[in-house]
Design a protein around this ligand. Structure first.
Ligand code: FNR
Length: 365
């Protein structure tokens, strides 16, 4: 008989596992080490209890959110995920078309399979942010990528700061799998004049080597963030903050926003769950700049919880990659449709017709 796209996240994940080669599924699904952080993301969200409001008139629900002077239709963003060709040949182009259909902004990764310009061209007028992995040996490459993103019409730059070294991911090590080495993430490098000027060849093998050898950036520091900030007129958002003191440093260095994140449990294992880290950081930032959140968002109520804890918006990662694997653009579209419909129902049942009232909800542990 006719089958519908699964509603339960667990079934979406299972279906993706069926269609993907083992090493690709493992790469997407797994976390670092014994996956404590991956599990902390889920349990820290599960421990949050929403205290809903009644009789609030939720007849007209509008969850649009204003960030850095731009209005976004949903408080939900697609997290930066590199090398989406791992899941589907149309990769980021399929993802971004589905994102546009649902008014969900996409954060494009440095390691995308299609270039930041190709992705922007696919969806004129749809909001995009660009995520930077700092190139410490050749900072001009990262600066040039930020400038390219600004020229291509991106709204903001996200700098990921929890990847100074690549996490110890045992399943990838056992599978001997490195999608970067397999060449899934070249596009933004291949057409970057600054990057190419540092290579002594133009073939893909040389490009891949140039990327892999420069991926770690152990000396990344706040001065580098200031350099990125000066390179364009775009807001700069730091992704991967878990300690309130680092949130304060971000403020002191003129950062425009932060993302509370542990990289979906893929970096240091044993790290605090994102939802456990969020409240202290929200308290420290005290409304001065936007605070975004990711890690374990799977259902509408998870978004309600993150906003009730003080986040301005959330990012969702693995679920859309599973949708992409299952059915390309259609699959991502189904995942987003289900998540956003669920969010709409959940916000209404919490008595919160907008982001302001979601953020005003009380929670208990
Ligand atoms: C990621 N993440 C990530 N982050 C980033 O800043 N740049 C990147 O290129 C990637 N690549 C990437 C690949 C894959 C397969 C995954 C699963 C994750 C981290 C991502 O942006 C986000 O922080 C987490 O995925 C959020 O957690 P959930 O929603 O997957 O639980």
């Amino acid at each position: 008989g006719e089958t519908h796209f699964p509603y339960r996240f667990e079934n979406v994940e299972k279906k993706a596992q069926e269609v993907l080669p083992k090493e690709a599924f493992d790469y997407i699904q797994s976390g670092a080490g014994r996956e404590e952080t991956l599990s902390n993301n889920r349990t820290s969200l599960e421990q949050v209890k929403i205290v809903p409001r009644m009789l609030q008139n939720v007849g007209n629900i509008d969850l649009s959110v204003k960030l850095f002077g731009n209005t976004y239709k949903q408080p939900v963003f697609l997290a930066p995920i590199g090398m989406q060709k791992l899941a589907h040949p149309e990769a980021e182009l399929a993802t971004v078309r589905a994102a546009k259909k649902h008014g969900v902004p996409m954060i494009v990764s440095t390691a995308s399979t299609f270039s930041l310009e190709e992705i922007a061209k696919e969806v004129p007028d749809h909001p995009l942010w660009y995520q930077i992995y700092w190139n410490e040996r050749h900072p001009d490459v990262s600066i040039n990528m930020a400038v390219r993103a600004e020229q291509a019409g991106y709204d903001a730059i996200v700098v990921t700061v929890d990847t100074v070294l690549i996490g110890w991911r045992e399943r990838d090590l056992e599978n001997q799998f490195s999608p970067l080495k397999a060449g899934y993430g070249l596009a933004n490098f291949k057409n970057d004049e600054a990057f190419m000027s540092h290579l002594d060849g133009t073939d893909d093998d040389t490009i891949v080597r140039g990327i892999v050898e420069n991926f770690a950036h152990p000396t990344l520091n706040w001065k580098d963030i200031e350099k990125i900030k000066k390179a364009t007129g775009l807001p700069v958002i730091v992704k991967g903050i878990l300690d309130p003191e680092d949130a304060r440093f971000a403020l002191e260095h003129g950062v425009d926003g932060i993302i509370v994140s542990n990289h979906g449990g893929r970096q240091l294992d044993g790290v605090i769950g994102s939802a456990e880290a969020l409240p202290t950081i929200v308290e420290e930032i005290n409304g001065q700049i936007p605070v975004l959140f990711d890690g374990g968002i799977r259902r509408g109520a998870d978004v309600v919880k993150a906003l009730a804890l003080g986040a301005d918006a959330v990012l969702v990662g693995r679920p859309f990659m599973y949708g992409l694997a299952i059915d390309g653009e259609n699959g991502v579209s189904n995942v987003l449709e289900h998540l956003l419909s669920d969010l709409h129902v959940s916000a209404g049942l919490a008595g919160s017709p907008d982001v302001r009232t979601l953020k005003a909800l009380k929670t208990r542990k």
